[in-house]
Write a protein that binds this ligand. Structure first.
Ligand code: CA
Length: 395
């Protein structure tokens, strides 16, 4: 009986032991990387012995939704009436602080509030994962080992700087920290002490967190003279191949092509460069986006995220809802169907990258090229119509 039990138990315990050995070996490598960058023995002693691998971090990193979320659902979930109202309350509450930061760094208050609202729901949720454990786990995982090894050592550098106690810090599963969810490298390069206590603390000081976000945005190219973009109306007959971030034209040129503002008025004459974005295809909302939109995408490389930040900022500043309405009868694609679309595009000679079920820039561009040749509205938006045409073409 005992033997049977042992036989059943052994493989599991051996596996666990092997994984622990791997992680231990990896932590030794992290230690070597830290020593290379001049981390002191004292910091290593304070941080390394308690590092634990976290399975939930790997799970979160591998997680994939069953269905592809539409832009509309994404926006509704993030720019909620409650979030808009709270943003407006915080605008009034922190008016002086935010305007002081605007004077110095050139990022308007509503944008700082929008990032804050999107990242941590205005500081109400920083994440619950121990930052060092999260970074070590990802550094010891193959997928993005190099990047997270750097971030792990950066976190130790922050600890050594003494402004924040990294051993107690909790953040997102990917190691993002504080009010605006900075990665350690972003913190080291851009965090500032704005309240003057000698420490740049993005957890406990709102002045520091706002000013750090503004300083970061300025460094990556924020243009203080411009908005992020605007909602537009596109004429019924339109060359949809002009949509996408790759095509830039002046507002005056877009005006000449028939684009109107959200209320149906002609766009103003302006030399500002913009791209037309159709996040949910030619039947959905349309946006003209400017340079600051690309800056938001440097913060987080997602079109939906960047549009949500821009729209939330507008709403906090007093503007109304989008004038576009939700496209009707949207049948969501599954990630499996997106993978099929990608494989079919590749097979037909339109490079959509490695099929991964995620609609990215390459997939949109490949879809647009196929649509154009197939005589479909070339909006680069993968849907069931596109899938049906691809299946037909690949026969
Ligand atoms: Ca401070």
């Amino acid at each position: 009986m005992l033997l049977v039990l042992l036989a059943a138990l052994l493989p599991l315990s051996l596996r666990t032991a092997a994984a622990a050995d791997d992680f231990g070996a990896c932590v030794s490598q992290l230690q070597a990387a830290a020593v290379d960058r001049g981390i002191s023995a004292q910091t290593l002693e304070a941080t390394l012995p308690n590092i634990r691998p976290l399975e939930r971090v790997i799970k979160a990193d591998r997680r994939q939704a069953e269905f592809v979320q539409t832009f509309w659902n994404y926006l509704e979930g993030r720019v909620t009436p409650v979030r808009v109202d709270r943003g407006r309350e915080y605008y009034a509450k922190h008016y002086r602080l935010l305007h002081g930061i605007y004077q110095e760094y050139g990022v308007r208050p509503e944008y700082l509030l929008a990032f804050w609202g999107m990242e941590t729901n205005y500081g109400s949720y920083f994440g619950s994962v121990p930052v060092l454990d999260a970074l070590a786990t990802l550094a010891c995982d193959q997928r993005r080992s190099e990047m997270f090894t750097r971030e792990f050592v950066n976190a130790l550098l922050i600890h050594e700087g003494g402004a924040m106690d990294i051993t107690r810090a909790r953040g997102s599963w990917a190691g993002a920290m504080g009010h605006t969810q900075f990665l350690p490298s972003t913190y080291l390069q851009h965090a500032v002490d704005y309240d003057g206590d000698g420490k740049a603390d993005v957890f406990n000081s709102l002045p520091d967190a706002f000013a750090s976000a503004a300083n970061y945005l300025r460094a990556i190219g924020w243009n203080r003279e411009q908005r992020w973009g605007r909602e537009v109306l596109v004429p019924f007959k339109f060359d949809w191949t002009l949509a996408g971030l790759d095509t830039k034209k002046t507002v005056s040129e877009w005006r000449a092509l028939g684009l109107r503002d959200a209320f149906g008025r002609p766009l103003p004459h302006s030399e500002i460069q913009g791209s037309l974005l159709l996040p949910q295809g030619h039947k959905g909302p349309a946006f003209l986006v400017y340079d600051n939109f690309h800056v938001i995408m440097k913060w987080n490389r997602s079109i939906s995220y960047a549009l949500a930040v821009g729209h939330l900022a507008d709403r906090i500043a007093g503007m109304g809802r989008l004038t576009a309405t939700q496209p009707e009868h949207v049948r969501l694609l599954t990630t499996a169907e997106v993978s099929e679309i990608q494989s079919l595009l590749n097979r037909l000679g339109y490079d959509s990258g490695e099929p991964d079920g995620v609609v990215g820039f390459k997939t949109r561009a490949a879809a647009q090229a196929f649509q154009n040749v197939a005589g479909l509205p070339a909006d680069g938006y993968p849907d069931h119509t596109l899938l049906a045409h691809l299946r037909q073409a690949a026969r």
